[in-house]
Design a protein around this ligand. Structure first.
Ligand code: NAD
Length: 378
């Protein structure tokens, strides 16, 4: 059976869904791999490296031969047309708010898996694309913030005088936020952080940063059973805003990463807070693709306001460290694919009762089967 890895059609997507390492592993499962020519170039993987690992180098139309397609982004209409009915397609499907696209995937008759729905349980940690990519995004947010900031981050005591350490404030301490804290600390910044989940407090302290939050009764109950944040009440948000407003005015770099699954990102930084910052300060909004945490952030742009504060709104931040992001993403996908291949027959054998399959399967047999999207075929 054939696994196909295309070059991503979205020109803003430099990542690729396989690496030489995973190609070798997939071949080891007894499957054949075709990688589209040039698929890895934006992630610094050459066709030769893929070929050496055991892949055949092919063209986009080879998708028609595939039993499994490994992708980064949801397939386009044109790509869907090229797939065999019944093929398994594994990608970040980004289905929320994209009903028409989900319906088109169902109509194509493919069995589509949405990797971002992988349960965050121990067994599936190695398949957790949200974590592997958010971790790099958190790192890159600090790099981007530092690059826009026109001063040094660490304190430097030199013969010519002392440069003070930069103050970095991280809002939202999930996977991305934790890596942002760690990265900013490594660069010598003085770091503070906030979140609505109490569990975060200790993690922040263990990274050498200071935790700041409104710790009322609602805060104590803000974490869902799944480990995510709840949407906070208007009252809580007002208290949180009052606490952070004063703090933000004194910061040099603010990095926001706050998300709530299936909801728009919470607005945490108001225009007034942005106005209160010192000239030359930088805000990096990692949530900009989900509506943004920062008022005035522009998706895909770095803007400089009248008060010389910059707001960084890069899209696809993991793609800004594409070579690293692809290696981890490819490994996440391989780990999932491996669970779906029968070791004896060396054939794809999708167990529809497996909890990982149930959680991630978006479409199957011409229907939208994921409970969150069922009935979206029309
Ligand atoms: P996320 O991307 O959904 O959100 C980022 C952060 O924003 C979260 O920490 C969230 O609490 C925070 N946030 C939401 N609303 C906020 C607000 N109004 N103000 C401030 N902060 C706000 O989160 P994530 O990075 O995907 O992580 C979610 C949880 O899952 C974490 O507890 C993480 O440790 C856990 N996790 C578990 C595993 C596992 O395998 N067990 C793997 C990865 C992550």
């Amino acid at each position: 059976q054939i696994v196909f890895v295309p070059k991503e059609v979205d020109s803003n997507e430099p990542r690729v869904a396989a690496s030489p390492d995973t190609v070798k592993r997939i071949c080891g499962l007894g499957l054949d791999v075709i990688v589209e020519a040039g698929a890895g170039l934006a992630s610094r993987i050459t066709d030769e490296e893929f070929a050496k690992a055991g892949a055949a180098i092919g063209k986009a139309s080879d998708a028609a031969k595939a039993d499994v397609v490994l992708k980064v982004r949801r397939p386009s209409e044109a790509e869907l047309k090229s797939y065999k009915s019944g093929a398994a397609v594994i990608a970040i499907m980004d289905p929320y708010g994209n009903d028409a696209a989900v319906a088109a995937i169902a109509k194509a008759g493919v069995t589509a898996f949405s990797m971002e729905f992988m349960p965050r349980i121990t067994r599936a940690q190695v398949m957790d694309v949200l974590s592997s990519q958010a971790n790099l995004a958190g790192y890159q947010a600090v790099i981007d913030g530092a690059a826009e900031y026109d001063r040094a981050l660490p304190m430097m005591m030199t013969a010519a005088g002392t440069v003070p350490a930069a103050k970095v404030f991280v809002m939202g301490v999930g996977v991305a936020g934790l890596q942002a804290i760690a990265t900013a600390r490594r660069m010598g910044a003085i770091v503070t952080a906030t979140d609505v989940r109490p569990a975060v407090k200790e993690q922040v302290a263990s990274l050498g940063a200071k935790f700041l939050a409104v710790e009322d009764e609602e805060f104590k109950a803000a974490e869902t059973a799944g480990g995510y944040a709840k949407e906070m009440s208007k009252e809580y948000q007002a208290k949180q805003a009052a606490l952070t407003a004063e703090h933000i005015a004194k910061q040099d770099i603010v990095i926001t990463t706050a998300l709530i699954p299936g909801r728009p990102a919470p607005k945490l930084v108001s225009a007034a807070m942005v106005q209160s910052m010192k000239p030359g300060s930088v805000i990096v909004d990692l949530a900009v693709e989900r509506g943004g945490n920062v008022e005035g952030a522009v998706p895909g742009a770095v803007i400089t306001l009248d008060n010389s504060v910059k707001i960084v709104g890069h899209l696809n931040v993991p793609g800004r460290v594409a070579a690293s992001a692809s290696l981890l993403y490819a490994r996440n996908l391989f780990a999932f694919l491996e669970t779906m291949v029968d070791k004896g027959t060396k054939q794809l054998a999708i167990n529809r009762d497996d909890e990982l399959v149930k959680a991630t399967m978006l479409t199957d047999g011409g229907k939208v089967v994921h409970p969150n999207f069922a009935g979206k075929e029309a």
